[in-house]
Structure formats: C-alpha cells, structure tokens
Design a binder for this molecule. Structure first.
Ligand code: ADP
Ligand code: MG
Length: 292
C-alpha cells in the first residue's frame, strides 16, 4: 500500500478500536482463507470461575479449595487465578507453600503444608501415575457442558475434581457467523481438553477444533495450515499465543491480553470485541481496493 492509503485505513481503524502496527500484514487480509481463534480469553471471556468441587472420601471441600488455592498462588494461569479467587470468596486462610512449579499446558506441582499437591489435567495425572478413574464420570459431564475439569492429587492419591467455567463472549457466535460469511475456514486452537473444546466450539458455530495443544506447539499448528496452502490469520490473547501470532500471515491480538501477544501481532482489537476481526478484514479489503 502507499503510505497514504495505509494511513487512511489506520485512522478509520482506530475509530473502530482496531490498532494496526503492521500495515503490510493487514494487506494479507485480502488473501486470507483460514482464521484460527484461541479459546481461552479470545472466544471465552477469560475470567473463569469455580462452579463445582467434588472430593474423594476423607476430604472436605473447604480443605481442598484452600490447599489448591495455596498451590496456585504463584500461578499466572487464569484457571489458577479462578481457584485462588474461590478461596478468597469463601474467606479461607491459605496454608504455607514450600515449593511451586508451573507445568505449561498441564498444571502445577507444589508442596503445601509439607504435602505434594498436583493440580491440572488428565495428562498431568497420567504422567504422575495417579489413578483418577473415580472422577471420570464427573469430568466427562463437565467437559461435555463446555466446562474445564481440573484434577487434584494430594501426595500420590486423587483427592478432588474442581470444575471451572469460562463463559463465551456474547458476540462470539455472531463474529464466527460473519467470518464464515466472508468465506473463511474458522478453527479453534486450545490447550484445553478435546471434549470441552468441542462443546465450546459447537456453542459458537465453529466446526474445526484443534485441542490439547501444548503451548510450544500452537505455532506449529498454524504452520501446518499454511503448509496445506492456507493463508492464515491467528487471533489470541495469551503469552502462549505469541509465537503462533508471529507465525500467522496476519496476527490479531486481543487488547485485554498479554503484552507479548500484542507485541507479536500486526493488529490489536483494543476492547477485545471479536466483531473487530470482521471489521479489520473488511477495512483492509476496502483500503487495498482503493489503492488499485
Ligand atoms: P489454554 O489454551 O486453555 O490457555 P493451557 O495450554 O494454558 O490452555 O493449559 C492446558 C490445560 O492444562 C488447561 O486446560 C488445564 O487443564 C491445565 N492447566 C494448565 N495450567 C493450569 C493451572 N495453573 N491449574 C490447573 N490446570 C492447569
Ligand atoms: Mg488464551
């Protein structure tokens, strides 16, 4: 684009709450064939809350919430923050933490009150050799309802299931419908479990789902789509999304997300409204046409 044309587009975009940091990349919008949306914080509000706690015999709910909140105190993950908030809401004092380790894409492993506390997904428990079959039924039910089951083990035994819900943004289904109408193949990409991801995707009209992706693999999945001949836009908000945003032909960050995600993208949606994606694509198509 000529500098003038990009400026015109950029000024109009700013009015719509769209910040453009790379005008050349925005021109890719004309050629896009696929768009990949991160789930947590992009399609969903990104402010999960605890909706249910199921404990194994011998454990009181309050005791588990306090123990897990202590284990998650050092966590920057929204799921960890949700559990810390649940303990705060219940006015629970937190036991002392001796050790904390975040395991990206899996959960946390901590020592609380001298006990080893592991909190996370099924893969975390499987790799630790912990039998969680007692919580299978409740986990499946939560996931099929689009909620995230979080397993808790104390020492080497399954102790609880904490279910967390992160509602989808009110405009998400509308935005997906508009992206489909533009002829784009819409994908959801998430580290969350496949059943939860499928349920959330279905609720907003997304057919293509890539779930249980490790943070380090998100960019690879974008590259796979490019390898199949797609010109790909990626929309994300998290630290984990930064490499995928950089890999995409057009990286779109949610303005309420992490600074690194914004720095890695070409376009930022200031207020996080997903319909801004549609406006950005439409705007760039108009801007490019004007130049010709
Ligand atoms: P997302 O794409 O949803 O941000 P992540 O890759 O960060 O997913 O995490 C994948 C999964 O690992 C989560 O859905 C959750 O089951 C588990 N997990 C990750 N971090 C934590 C944590 N701090 N506490 C509990 N579970 C976690
Ligand atoms: Mg996210």
């Amino acid at each position: 684009a000529t500098p003038t044309a990009v400026m015109v587009g950029t000024g109009k975009a700013a009015e719509l709450g769209i910040l453009i940091s790379n005008g050349d990349a925005l021109e890719q919008a004309k050629r896009l064939t696929a768009i990949v949306l991160d789930k947590t914080g992009t399609i969903t509000r990104g402010r999960p809350t605890v909706t249910a706690v199921t404990t194994a015999p011998g454990w009181a709910e309050q005791e588990i919430v306090a123990l897990v909140a202590a284990a998650e105190t050092g966590s920057e993950h929204p799921l960890g923050e949700a559990i810390v908030a649940a303990a705060r809401d219940r006015g629970l004092p937190l036991p002392a933490v001796q050790r904390f380790e975040a395991i990206p894409g899996h959960g946390v492993d901590a020592t609380v009150d001298g006990r080893r506390v592991r909190v996370g997904n099924r893969a975390l428990m499987t790799s630790a050799g912990i039998d969680v079959t007692a919580f299978d039924q409740a986990s499946t039910a939560a996931a099929e309802a689009g909620q995230t089951p979080i397993l808790v083990a104390v020492d080497e035994t399954a102790a609880a299931l904490i279910v967390v819900a992160d509602p989808v943004k009110p405009e998400a289904a509308d935005a997906v419908a508009q992206l489909n109408a533009l002829g784009l193949e819409v994908w959801m990409l998430t580290g969350d479990n496949a059943a939860t991801a499928k349920a959330v995707a279905a609720s907003v009209g997304i057919e293509h789902v890539i779930a249980e992706v490790l943070p380090s693999q998100k960019a690879d999945r974008v590259a796979d789509l490019q390898g199949e001949g797609h010109v790909v836009a990626m929309v994300g908000d998290g630290i984990n999304d930064a490499p995928a945003l950089a890999q995409a032909d057009l990286g779109i960050a949610i303005g309420t997300g992490a600074d690194v995600a914004i720095a890695a993208s070409d376009v930022t949606l200031v207020g996080g409204d997903l319909r801004g994606i549609v406006s950005a694509i439409a705007l760039s198509r108009r801007t490019v046409t004007t130049i010709k």
